[in-house]
Design a protein around this ligand. Sequence first.
Ligand code: ZN
Ligand code: ZN
Length: 827
Amino acid sequence: MSSDRYPFAEIEAKWQARWEESRQFRATEDPGRPKFYCLEMFPYPSGRIHMGHVRVYAIGDLLARYKWMRGFNVLHPMGWDAFGLPAENAAIEHGVHPAIWTYENIAYMRAQLRKMGISYDWDRELTTCDPAYYKWEQLVFIKMLERGLAYRRRSTVNWCPSCQTVLANEQVEAGRCWRCDSEVTRRDIDGWFFKITEYAEELLAWCDRLPGWPERVMTMQRNWIGKSEGAEFDLPVVGRPELKIRVFTTRPDTAFGMTYAVLAPEHPLVDALVTDRKERAAIQQFRAEVARQSEVERTAEDRPKRGVRLGAKVVNPFNGAEIPLFIADYILMTYGTGAIMAVPGEDERDWEFAQQHGLPVIPTVKRPAGWTGGAYAGEGVKINSGFLDGLTTAEAKRKAIDWLVERGLGTAKVNYRLRDWGISRQRYWGAPIPVVYCEKDGMVPEKEEHLPVVLPQDVQLSGKGGSPLAEVASFVNTMCPKCGGKARRETDTMDTFVESSWYFLRYCSPHYEQGMFERAAAEYWMPVDQYIGGIEHAVLHLLYARFYTKVLRDLGLTKVDEPFRALLSQGMVIKDGAKMSKSKGNVVDPDDLIRTFGADTARLFSLFAAPPEKDLDWNDHGVEGASRFLNRVWRFVIANLDTLKVGGVGSTPTTPAGVAFRRTIHETIKRVTDDIEGDFHFNTAISAIMELVNALHAFESASLDGVGSGERAALLREAVETMLLLLGPFAPHVTEELWQQLGHPTSLFKQPWPVADQAALTRKEVTVVLQVDGKVRGRLTIEVDAAEDRVQRLALADDKVRPWLRGRAVERVVVVPNRLVNVVTRS
Ligand SMILES: [Zn+2]
Ligand SMILES: [Zn+2]
């Protein structure tokens, strides 16, 4: 089976070793050259690479090698996102220390990546669980603490009962843990936060200034930040002059339609409003029920909205009406003020609640003709709205806010959905948070010269809950950096998303010891020109990294505002209709694939099977097709080596066949370049190269007569070399080998990318006379040296010719190239 295949195993090992020995892909700062920072999201060292990795690294490597050939100074690094729960869980299950498990996995996966022949600068490899790495984020943590950008507070948080840790809001998907899919519960806990909300406006504003990002990712980020503009004002409580309920609304224009008001069950005013014991009991029971639900469940559109009516009433300040007050599960304490005015006429959720509780509905916007629905959220003319009547919704919004401000009742207000990033994790395998708790001084940050606070190795991991570090006496018991007295260390560790929020900066100078990164190196390389990774990070990692970069900028460490200039979000690899996963049993092991077909085939297949942003549907025929193609290339070049070696450099063909063939070569250059530079159409770029190989075969056999041997050899050589250069970034080993076999002493990837010759692309046109039986019947404009069958076909189909052929049979067609076509007929 393998005898008819080119010796890929040998070739791939040979070139991987050569590239490594010659340090070909090592990057050094060179201000005289344009830079290109190409980065794939670094992997978690889970044990083995999977097909999703092969896909993303093949894309990154293609772009890196292409940019090398385009003359860029390319930075293409690789490292390991090495902290995280799987290591700790493996430790609990198998009794192996997380550090050993992690470093063994890294060694194995590094070897796998080397077998793929990716052009990484391995000198820059970094591992985030290395104290020399996390030391710097501990330092930044202390600086953030000084600026109030890191803080500790007790709050209700998302808790994963299976992972036994807190989760950030971004790590909860539809009420479930992003990592293990368990249902997330709520818990009151002390923990550390990063004040990402301070950057909400800037993060949002830059969403419009990153044209290299996919629009759907930007939309997801905008929605996650969730800016809403409106008003905040007070609803006085009837008969309780000391009590007011502050509400936030994005629709102050609808205030005249307020028929009730709602508090979040957790709202602190609820207790003050309640007077009677029976009511208190009902409220307590309702709160307990609500506490069992996640925010996502509470705000889901398709579920009944539940609430309890309170005895107290409030006043609508716009019209003086006394209206009922509820607590309801669909109002969250974490959004706005935790209280709303309810306008069932113009808000869908309020409308549903009003229907369920028999509350009145007052429309305040004139409905469009034929409207039959419930709440109407659209624009329109104001009705039933006192001094706002007749205005548009936009005008009424402004006027309502002015009215509130003039009377001192409220203000204009902007709200965000974004919450601060909870970074405390009650687990072991993470970076220690560098603070201590002193009996005398309270919370004290560790001194800079004491960093890193190193994660201790001797730890008992039970998985029973509680921070494992709390059990390590030698770690916990320490000295207060301020007074020298006894102190306890913080035993929570940092969310591993902190490490991935700045690794791209560390790659710029990974061995730098005087700081997080060397300023000049970061200024040269940053921002990342092309970032590549999965859509599952659309909010999570990508939002955190953007935020953290802005914090570093504000700490004076870097000038960059945004870490990633362009983003490519590749699709998943699926097989039999589902994402490849161990639990579904549809995994293809890249090791097997590389052993059977070679790394070049694995890469070519994954680039050819689908455009990068789409899901890649695995199929064995596709892999075999990619393998057949590379073998075909191999066989052609080897079989024609003698001819190719004698071919002169640069060809100016004189025969029509030669001109047409050279045009094909240069059209291919243009197509492949446009496909890579445009929207990453790697699959169609490969198709174009395949067509060139077909043309190469056709020309090779057809040109033996009619084309002079000098012209023929020169054209074959130009075609083969061009094809190898174009195919190089897609299948680097086999092309590098053939390039050498052709007699080139320097690497294919040090050659300039081919440029299409405009002269070869232009098709000059001539006017050909069309005759039927020797009489001129028409004229045809066609490219110079058009193929004879094409000229014939066009002549016979010509509108001026066809009437003369009616009722007659075409006996033969005489073509005088570039001059004349004569159709000879008989009746
Ligand atoms: Zn979990
Ligand atoms: Zn102290």
